[in-house]
Structure formats: C-alpha cells, structure tokens
Design a protein around this ligand. Structure first.
Ligand SMILES: CC(C)(COP(=O)(O)OP(=O)(O)OC[C@H]1O[C@@H](n2cnc3c(N)ncnc32)[C@H](O)[C@@H]1OP(=O)(O)O)[C@@H](O)C(=O)NCCC(=O)NCCS
Length: 146
C-alpha cells in the first residue's frame, strides 16, 4: 500500500526529502533553500508522501501548480493524481476559481495525467523548458473529478 498524502508542515516535515524527490524528477533541481523560499511565500503550500510531492500557490482567485514530482520507482500507481486532487481541493478552499500549470509539450505522462483530471489547453509558451515549448493548462474549480 502506498504512503498517505499529507499537507506539508514546514515546521515538522523535511525539506531535504522534497529536494531529493525534486532532483530525481528534474534536470534542474530545486534545493532546500529554494523550496523553503517558495513555501515561505504567502498562499504557497505542498502536499507530500514518501514518494512524491506537489507545490502550489494561490493568489487571489487563481492557483498555480509550481511543481509536481513522483519518484521514478513509484510512478504509474496513482500518486501523481492523488497529489493533484489534494492541491486542487485546497486551492479551492483557499479561494481559487481556477488552477493553472505549465507542462512541456514532450511530457506525455504529465499531459495524460492533467488531461485525465480535466485540464484544458489555454495557451502556449515557446522555449519554456530548456528550449522545449510548454502548454498552459487550466482547470476550473471546484473540479468535477471522475
Ligand atoms: C507526471 C508524473 C507526476 C505522473 O505521476 P504518476 O504517479 O506516475 O501518475 P499516476 O500514476 O497518478 O497517473 C495518473 C494518470 O496519468 C497518466 N500517466 C501517468 N504516467 C503515464 C505514462 N508514463 N504514459 C502515459 N500516461 C501516463 C495516465 O493517464 C494515468 O491514468 P491511469 O492510471 O488511468 O492510467 C510523474 O511521471 C513524474 O514525476 N514525472 C517527472 C516530473 C514531471 O514531469 N512533473 C510534471 C511537470 S509539469
């Protein structure tokens, strides 16, 4: 059984664990200091489990996914979806009417995950990830998850 997903508590939970998870998923890892600075920003929160985390921010009536990472060995078991559901629900609780994110157009796993959650393509960014184009996706809140 997979570990439970919980709201990240900066006073009690390990930023080092989040940094390890991020480094295992991205070529340009965010270190503990970078993650701490983000979590210190008003409206920013994270959900995590042993094998993954999502970081999001609410500003006014809009929320944004800042990053999402699942450990390679734990992928394909529903954790990414579970983290996104928690982030969407909390974003709505904090007043957001829509959740946005940017995703590389050559990231089929993430694109499929977001499409399955009901995100729609609302824009494009050229050269967003190391020269790779990104799509801007939007999910209206409250989300109607299947
Ligand atoms: C994207 C990522 C978070 C998905 O996490 P995950 O835990 O494997 O995703 P889930 O198991 O919850 O999958 C949910 C859905 O996503 C889709 N999906 C996930 N992995 C997929 C893959 N490799 N190929 C195609 N679709 C995939 C499926 O539609 C799946 O639904 P299903 O269970 O009905 O098949 C993970 O692959 C990851 O960390 N990648 C590296 C970092 C990254 O790209 N983050 C997102 C940046 S925007």
């Amino acid at each position: 059984m997979s570990a439970p997903v919980r709201l990240f508590d900066p006073a009690a939970d390990s930023l080092a664990d989040l940094a390890v998870l991020h480094a295992a998923s991205f070529d340009a890892p965010w270190n503990e200091a970078a993650l701490a600075a983000l979590l210190d920003t008003p409206g920013t929160f994270a959900f995590h489990s042993r094998d993954g985390f999502v970081l999001a921010r609410v500003a006014g009536d809009e929320a944004e996914i800042l990053t999402l990472a699942v450990a390679p060995a734990a992928r394909g078991q529903g954790l990414g979806r579970a983290l996104m559901l928690e982030a969407a629900n909390r974003s709505q609780e904090l007043g957001a009417a829509a959740l946005f994110l940017e995703v590389g157009v050559a990231n089929p796993a993430a694109l499929a995950l977001y499409a399955g959650l009901g995100f729609a393509n609302v824009g494009a960014r050229k050269g967003y990830y190391d020269g790779q184009d990104a799509a801007v996706l939007r999910l209206p809140l409250p989300a109607k998850f299947a």
